[in-house]
Design a protein around this ligand. Structure first.
Ligand SMILES: C[S@@+](CC[C@H](N)C(=O)[O-])C[C@H]1O[C@@H](n2cnc3c(N)ncnc32)[C@H](O)[C@@H]1O
Length: 335
């Protein structure tokens, strides 16, 4: 990995509202091999942690990749980030949806994308693959998923990786370039429990978007989301994904959830991921977005499949929705 090139962050474009998130990062261009070089912004300690993690990921993956996935599906051998991506992410569908929403408002193609809470930056990678010359930024403060993503996602972009910019930092840091589309997926922004914190995050998004930018976040609800229960789902690759709604406390609206992975040999990757969320309601989130300055917030509700019961994965603008026990929706906020 090259550490040679250190470029100071470009001058401040707009002052941050919150001085806690006004970090002066160092930009390093990481050579991932295979012609892929990615710009990463972090503080010096962050770069050091990321480089250490990346060396570990490389070593582990080089070993793992000699064994086909089907033979790696045991608690001892499995790679939790790989299983996560296979279980809960649909990057092509998500990017097609985000592009459609933006085009619906602005009648043109979105060029610059920002993925918040980006983990392994799978969406940012897919955005770059989905459009000639399109660029993306991805923000996450944990070097563990970011290092995994560098080796397993960004590297596969080859020379196109130069259109990706990663920031090892808080989602409230301002963008390198004002995004046309910015998103927070898989309910990650529910890590903000207090209203003032949520509005503060949305205000930083509002301030940071391009003048005709659009922010999209997903959310879920329905009575079942407040139950303490486990739900299993078989994944085609040959393992079981378990969503564990472990605790819910109605007064603060706080939930503790886990993801476990179970394998055919009887082993289990127990609590592979952990979430401490406030379960927000759709009107609450819409009001927070409006309070943050957005002019208009639209809800996109999922259509029903032919079985009459499950969702069909197609989300359209809606005013009322239905009283499903468990639903997923999107909000699009425009400036
Ligand atoms: C559930 S993962 C999301 C992974 C993936 N992007 C997705 O949509 O499924 C949530 C990620 O948010 C990151 N995160 C949580 N709070 C954050 C914050 N304030 N700033 C930056 N990243 C944050 C965590 O490190 C974690 O990688």
């Amino acid at each position: 990995m090259s550490q040679a090139e250190i470029i100071p962050q470009p001058p401040v474009r707009r002052p941050a509202l919150d001085p806690r998130f006004d970090t002066v990062f160092e930009t390093r261009h990481l050579d991932l091999g295979g012609g892929a070089t990615v710009a990463v912004d972090a503080e010096p300690a962050g770069h050091a942690a990321l480089e250490k993690k990346l060396a570990k990921v490389r070593k582990k993956r080089n070993k793992l990749e000699r064994v086909p996935l089907s033979k790696r599906l045991t608690a001892e051998r499995a790679d939790r980030h790989e299983l996560y991506q296979l279980s809960v992410q649909s990057p092509e569908e998500d990017i097609a949806f985000l592009r459609k929403v933006y085009k619906g408002y602005r009648k043109k193609k979105a060029r610059h994308f920002r993925e918040d809470f980006s983990g392994t930056h799978l969406l940012a990678r897919t955005w770059i693959q989905s459009g000639d010359g399109c660029t993306a930024e991805a923000y996450d403060f944990d070097p563990d998923p970011v290092a995994w993503g560098l080796h397993n996602n960004a590297r596969s972009l080859g020379a196109d990786a130069e259109r990706l910019h990663l920031v090892l930092g808080d989602v409230r840091e301002r963008s390198r370039k004002a995004p046309d589309v910015r998103c927070a997926q898989n309910f990650s922004y529910w890590c903000f429990h207090e209203r003032a914190e949520m509005v503060g995050y949305f205000r930083s998004v509002y301030q940071d978007l391009a003048d005709d930018g659009v922010f999209v976040c997903d959310l879920h609800g329905g009575g079942e989301t407040q139950e303490e229960m486990e739900e299993e789902r078989e994944i085609d690759a040959g393992f079981t994904y378990v969503w564990d709604q472990y605790r819910y406390h109605p007064i603060p609206g706080a939930a503790k959830n886990y993801i476990h992975f179970r394998f055919e040999d009887g082993s289990e990757l127990y609590r592979a991921f952990e979430y401490g969320w406030r379960l927000w309601g759709l009107p609450e989130i819409r009001d927070c977005l409006l309070d943050a300055g957005f002019k208009k917030v639209d809800a996109y509700w999922e259509g029903t499949a032919d079985d009459g019961e499950t969702g069909n994965g197609i989300f359209s603008k809606a005013k009322r929705g239905e009283a499903d026990l468990s639903w997923i929706a999107y909000l699009a906020a425009v400036k």
